[in-house]
Design a protein around this ligand. Sequence first.
Ligand code: ATP
Ligand code: MG
Length: 404
Amino acid sequence: MRYSKLFGKTLREFPKDEVSLNAKLLLRAGFIDKLMAGSYTLLPLGFRVEQKIEDIIREEINSTGANELLMPLLHPKEIWNKTGRWESAKEIMYQLEKDEKEFGLSFTHEEIVTDLIIKHNPSPKEFPIKVYHFSTKFRHEARPKSGILRGREFLMKDLYSAHLSEEDMYKYYWEVADSYIKIFKRMGLDVKIVEASGGVFTKNYTHEFQVLCEQGEDTIFYCDSCDFAQNKEIFSGKSGEECPKCKKGKIIEAKSIEVGNIFPLGTMYAQKMGYKEKLWLASYGIGPTRVMGTIAEIYNDDKGLIWPSSVAPYQVHLISIDNEEKTISREADKIYERLVAERIEVLYDDRDSSPGEKFKDADLIGIPVRLVVSAKTGNKIEWKLRSKDKTELLDFEEIVKRLK
Ligand code: ATP
Ligand code: MG
């Protein structure tokens, strides 16, 4: 992609009306645009990051044997009345009326998926059923101020599984937990599995995937020596205490961001929705847009973003510093074409602007590798990692080898 053709450019200054670091960095670097509080456009750069995150999730979730589909976002009131959540989830759900009929905008899909499964009247052999989609969720969040960490409209991967026994449900539940650990690791996120209450979803314990981060809205308590971790809303102890599980470690209190949550829902949904046999349901969510915001919160420095290469919008940021004869930019054009032919994802800053501006923008955008072609680099190309200061002069073949 030529930067001159990219829709959505870097801004000269940080936006004044944002308090969260992720929104400041992502807005300034041209990854997102704000429509109103809690509502953002993913510009082409941001959308590429989101797609990389989706691809990783899709790959891992498919490998648990789940089927991808797509469910509607506008739901009739009647379906929500079956479980009583039209009333109990009123605070969070956008509810509207049109032509004397009431609708809810999807904030989750348990009712819709249970209805779908029941309608298809599966034979016992078809269980467990595992279906998921990536789609928008609408939630009436009060005063959202955390950028894309908390949208009133955001993306979610939600997976649902239906089982003929509780044992089978928990077997798959822990398989998905393992797959979540892999997903987050591939994106450069170190997560803790934290016990939490189920809110408007279930009375059972659920498990949250939390990333330690000072800017996070959650507070968790975890043991410094075993895997014990609970959300503040359910933990009854204090920091500094002995761990209630291993009796050896010490409890630490920390701020964190919830990037995923899995829910062993049990039989309630199918039962309330009229299924005659017992059916155990579980649901599993990850918010790709919140994940993107979390990565932005963690991977940055005072110059801008520093994307892990697994989720970076492009692998290479190519910069040309032209000479008077314009031979350098012609040379850089060729290098760009050759990299593209090698199927390397390149953002090519082909503008006629100053080297200082180009370097500053490259640091803001945070693509993992920066390549510079200038009069000084001769027949070599300057290589620099966004995360390091060191530069090296390499030839084209060596660069392709490293990138592959
Ligand atoms: P929170 O407690 O932060 O409000 P939640 O527990 O209500 O979130 P879940 O219903 O568990 O959220 O949703 C599953 C996942 O969807 C979350 O783990 C998170 O990644 C994402 N998510 C939830 N709410 C939002 C939001 N408002 N904006 C962006 N992502 C969200
Ligand atoms: Mg949650």
